[in-house]
Design a protein around this ligand. Structure first.
Ligand code: NAD
Ligand code: UDP
Ligand code: UDP
Length: 336
């Protein structure tokens, strides 16, 4: 597509018929929330060998403990802003802090991770002829002036704001992906992920679903940032992983939105968590941060048509699964 050149194939042996069904898969950021669920799913297939490269900035070895020592699994402490020389067939490039608290903590590092990290993974893909998938974000649409957001929408992003290290960083990462595709014939896939939640999120991750669940379980007030009418659309992690694998193994480069179109205001989310976990908790309105998008909801027509994918788990089904995991980790049993 796009008049791209055919990628070189420097590894004839791995691509011979003897090896065709075996896949060596690199997951950058595989010790994180979405990455570790992706590892679980890919490890279920006995033909897959999985390598995780992660610097543990927001991820943790605990998320991968069941695979450490497994003969088809390898874990490397590695920062993607440094070159990486290995041989793989597929690269799921997730490495990047995703929570605003963490990506704003060292914004220069966030930009480097997005730009230099993606450049390095593209250089690796080019050298070994691997296919590479980038987990981009709905943040590329900024504070969107079109609703719901289609992939054709170019976005409304502040280039000099406190969120720019993340959203502009991902926009450059997408540009690099397409330039390597057009210029060097690299096989690329771009997923634009919308807010995702589920078990294993950092308890102090700072994102809204994990905050509300942890607050409700600790009997603290749920902190709704003003105005509370801003909306998000929340996708359960098993649906997300399914969408990412379909995109990787399908024929389309994307970008393709992957998310759940069910849209909620933050006040509605707080009410739902309160009702599900503890009707006695209170809701406290607190100040918001700059440039917070006022609305967000994916148009998933493309994912449905091109990937045969749509989310299956509703927010009311997914929240209790996350509650169970948080109860275990916080040591708050159900009828305590
Ligand atoms: P996460 O913070 O749990 O995982 C990110 C992982 O990347 C962590 O394990 C972290 O240690 C690692 N990492 C960060 N910088 C690195 C570096 N320089 N070198 C190597 N490893 C590094 O976040 P997540 O929610 O699992 O997000 C995964 C990907 O999905 C990210 O690229 C994120 O931008 C994207 N995404 C997530 C969401 C969401 O709602 N969770 C939404 C949109 C996009
Ligand atoms: N790179 C890497 N692993 C590889 C090949 C390349 O990390 O297996 C890095 C390399 O260090 C470079 C980047 O990817 O910084 C881009 O590589 P490319 O070959 O496209 O560009 P060049 O090295 O010519 O700048
Ligand atoms: N938010 C909130 N309370 C919190 C954390 C976040 O009301 O404790 C709001 C925040 O203002 C934003 C939405 O929840 O409107 C989603 O924020 P999050 O950081 O989870 O993800 P974002 O989509 O902004 O990256």
């Amino acid at each position: 597509t796009n008049g791209a050149k055919k990628a070189p194939n420097p590894s004839p042996l791995r691509n011979s018929k003897f090896f065709q069904s075996n896949m060596r898969i690199l997951i950058t950021g595989g010790a994180g929330f979405i990455g570790s669920h992706l590892v679980d799913r890919l490890m279920e297939n006995e033909k897959n060998e999985v390598i995780v490269a992660d610097n543990y900035f927001t991820g943790s070895k605990d998320n991968l403990s069941k695979w450490i020592g497994h003969p088809r699994f390898e874990l490397i402490r590695h920062d993607v802003t440094e070159p990486l020389l290995i041989e793989v067939d597929r690269i799921y490039h997730l490495a990047c802090p995703a929570s605003p608290i963490f990506y704003k903590y060292n914004p220069v590092k966030t930009i480097k991770t997005n730009v230099i990290g993606t450049l390095n993974m593209l250089g690796l893909a080019k050298r070994v002829g691997a296919r590479i998938l980038l987990t981009s974000t709905s943040e590329v649409y900024g504070d969107p002036l079109e609703h719901p957001q289609k992939e054709e929408y170019w976005g409304n992003v502040n280039p000099i704001g406190v969120r720019s290290c993340y959203d502009e960083g991902k926009r450059v990462a997408e540009t690099l992906m397409f330039d390597y595709h057009r210029q060097h014939g690299i096989e690329i896939r771009i997923a634009r992920i919308f807010n995702t939640y589920g078990p294993r999120m950092n308890i102090d991750d700072g994102r809204v679903v994990s905050n509300f669940i942890a607050q409700a379980l600790r009997g603290e007030p749920l902190t709704v940032q003003l105005p509370g009418t801003q909306t998000r659309s929340f996708c359960y992690v098993s649906d997300m992983v399914d969408g990412l694998i379909r995109l990787m193994e399908g024929e389309n480069t994307g970008p393709i939105n992957i998310g759940n179109p069910g849209e909620f205001t933050m006040m509605e989310l707080a009410q739902t968590v309160k009702e599900l976990i503890d009707p006695k908790v209170t809701i406290k309105e607190v100040e918001n941060t700059p440039d917070d998008p006022r609305q967000r909801k994916p148009d998933i027509t493309k994912a449905k048509e091109l990937l045969g994918w749509e989310p299956k788990v509703t927010l009311r089904q997914g929240l209790p699964l996350m509650e169970e995991d948080f109860r275990r980790r916080l040591g708050v049993p159900k009828d305590a």
